[in-house]
Design a protein around this ligand. Structure first.
Ligand code: ZN
Length: 149
């Protein structure tokens, strides 16, 4: 079972990548499962791991962000961070096709296509174009939670 990933390695093709997640970023789970399992395991550790809450889009509003952050903290998840994808066009504009209404097929407000995406890997925003082939495969298989539904 590939659920607990901390200090373990994930196999992508014939190579392995390491992670600092309790639950694999590619593991299909619910947001509440991720929070509850992470909270239980965070009580047993003193750091070195973080639960990335991968969100497909921005929060709807401040209240949604406040409520979810308080929910996570009240459940006991100590080490967590929100992570999203930032699409970037040829001219360097950042956009999100889900929350930026009217954008389709990864076309920016300016009409130029998306040429890269930025997201966190081990806590740092980095461009997908710079990922190793194993990381790209992991990134393309990540689970993203939809806050808009
Ligand atoms: Zn643009």
């Amino acid at each position: 079972m590939q659920m607990i990933e901390y200090k373990n390695k994930n196999k992508f093709d014939n190579d392995f990548i390491y992670s600092n997640q309790w639950i694999s970023l590619t593991n299909k789970t619910t947001l509440n499962e991720k929070i509850n399992i992470g909270a239980q395991l965070d009580k047993k550790a003193s750091g070195g791991q973080i639960s990335h809450i991968n969100v497909q889009s921005n929060f709807k509003n401040f209240e949604q962000a406040w409520d979810l952050t308080n929910h996570i903290a009240n459940k006991g998840l100590i080490y967590f961070a929100y992570n999203s994808k930032i699409n970037v066009c040829e001219d360097g504009h950042g956009f999100n096709p889900i929350t930026d209404v009217g954008l389709e097929n990864n076309i920016c407000h300016c009409g130029k296509p998306m040429i890269d995406q930025f997201s966190k890997v081990v806590g740092f925003l980095t461009p997908r174009s710079a990922y190793s082939k194993e990381r790209k495969k992991e990134f393309d298989n990540r689970q993203w939670f939809n806050l808009i539904e």
